[in-house]
Write a protein that binds this ligand. Structure first.
Ligand code: 3BY
Ligand code: FES
Length: 431
């Protein structure tokens, strides 16, 4: 399940009394069933509160093991005012550090992936090893005690090849339970040893919550022609009783395919129970397996696999999909031949980086075994379409004429996300 390292809490600073009061007032008068008031999406005070209450306290999905497979591989992740270096140390364990030199605070690494021997500060060349220990500080007094100036640590752990960090000194205690539940869903797909086929960074012009809210509903999904081709057009129906007459034939076809999938899942020992604990626990999440329409193998335009190798060498390529949606900042989709991970990283009140990775079997070769264009087309298009919708949302909530509006029944996951978020702010305000 990977390791969890000690974290020494980052000085998050307290919100100013005036900031607290504004957040407190709007949290107190938040109306369930309606979208949030504008300042939650536009205002620096609320962004600061989010950085403290959400991004400073919770486990965040930030990378995949496949991005940093070898000792000395690093990935540096920026969000809000923070920057964290995740490194694979010489024992191949993950470690994470604040990207702040212990001399006079200079940033050590730029955002993105790098290979290092040691971590050398570009300013005055203080040099740290991959365990974060200060090995060398040029021209110091003879009595200088290097051992007091190791890098400040951040909790890090990998769950089935997915890397999470937590800045809090005491991370949410329920993450062990959640990891134990989700690991059996992902483990058969062997993401830990997978190969990174592609990664995109998309800066969306919207608050991080608009990015997440947009991800949590398919009310807008006619805006995703490539993606909805992969799904049965009955995906919004939760209950057999609610099938409208014009969709009954499609619904029967869906149920028949689902029964076939369940037979495959049982045979291969793949867990498929839908688990929805989105707003009922601190580390909220939802995990499910379900059938895909068409060839049902992959997120490609016709649903056929884009890669000849299956993840985990599973003996079937038609597996429908496994998905997970996790609070506060991630979602995941796995099909037989590849996996896609999504991490939302706030930049400012109105900008969010969405990092997407595509993973394939470690021996799969581009061109020979997979067509990268075919593999990435659906979710690249979906991301671009979502970015345009998020920007449109941000423009709207920034307009003084905006007033919160009602969620539709199919937006219950958006409401669950917002409930989770408001509960976290309330907890923060009680501290
Ligand atoms: O990741 C998701 O599951 C949702 C469904 C479709 C829109 N959004 C990308
Ligand atoms: Fe890093 Fe001086 S700030 S060595």
């Amino acid at each position: 399940m990977g390791s969890s390292r000690e974290g020494n809490d980052v000085a998050q600073g307290n919100l100013k009394a005036s900031q607290l009061e504004r957040v407190q007032d709007l949290v107190a008068r938040r109306t369930a069933g309606l979208s949030l008031e504008a300042p939650f999406y536009t205002d620096q005070d609320f962004f600061d509160a989010d950085m403290k209450a959400i991004f400073g306290r919770h486990w965040l999905f930030v990378a995949v093991d496949a991005e940093i497979p070898e000792p000395g591989d690093t990935t540096t992740i920026d969000f809000g005012p923070y920057s964290v270096i995740v490194v694979r140390d010489d024992d191949e364990e993950l470690r994470a550090f604040h990207n702040v030199c212990r001399h006079r605070g200079a940033r050590l690494l730029d955002a993105g992936c790098a290979e290092i021997g040691n971590l050398v500060c570009p300013y005055h060349k203080w040099t740290y090893n991959t365990d974060g220990e200060l090995m060398h500080a040029p021209a110091q007094a003879p009595d200088f005690d290097r051992s007091s100036f190791g890098l400040r640590t951040v909790h890090v752990r990998s769950v089935a090849g997915l890397i999470f960090i937590c800045l809090a000194e005491e991370p949410p205690a329920d993450f062990d339970e959640v990891a134990a539940v989700i690991e059996p869903y992902f483990a058969p797909h062997a993401l830990k040893g997978a190969k990174l086929a592609h990664r995109t960074d998309l800066v969306e012009n919207g608050n991080w919550k608009l990015v997440l809210e947009n991800n949590r509903e398919c009310y807008h999904c006619d805006g995703h022609p490539e993606l909805i081709g992969a799904y049965f057009p009955v995906f919004a129906i939760d209950d057999d009783e609610d099938v409208p007459p014009n969709l009954r034939t499609t619904y029967e076809r869906y149920r028949k395919t689902l029964a076939e999938m369940y037979e495959v899942y049982d045979r291969l020992g793949l867990p498929y129970e839908h688990i929805r604990e989105v707003d009922t626990r601190t580390t909220g999440f939802r995990v499910q397996r379900d059938a895909l329409d068409g060839a049902g193998e992959s997120y490609t335009l016709d649903g056929t696999a884009a890669c000849t190798r299956t993840l985990g060498d599973l003996p079937e390529k038609r597996l429908g999909y496994l998905s997970m949606h996790m609070q506060p900042n991630s979602w995941f989709h796995v099909v037989g031949d590849h996996a896609i991970t999504f991490s939302a990283l706030p930049i400012s009140p109105d900008k969010t980086l969405v990092r997407t990775t595509w993973l394939v079997h470690p021996d799969a070769e581009e061109g020979a075994d997979y067509d990268l264009g075919a593999m990435t087309k659906v979710w690249t298009a979906t991301n671009d379409q979502d970015a345009a919708l998020v920007a449109r949302g941000q423009q709207g909530v920034t307009n003084p004429a905006y007033v919160p509006g009602p969620y539709a029944p199919s937006e219950h996951q958006v409401e669950a996300f917002v409930n989770w978020y408001i509960t976290r702010l309330e907890e923060e305000l009680k501290r």
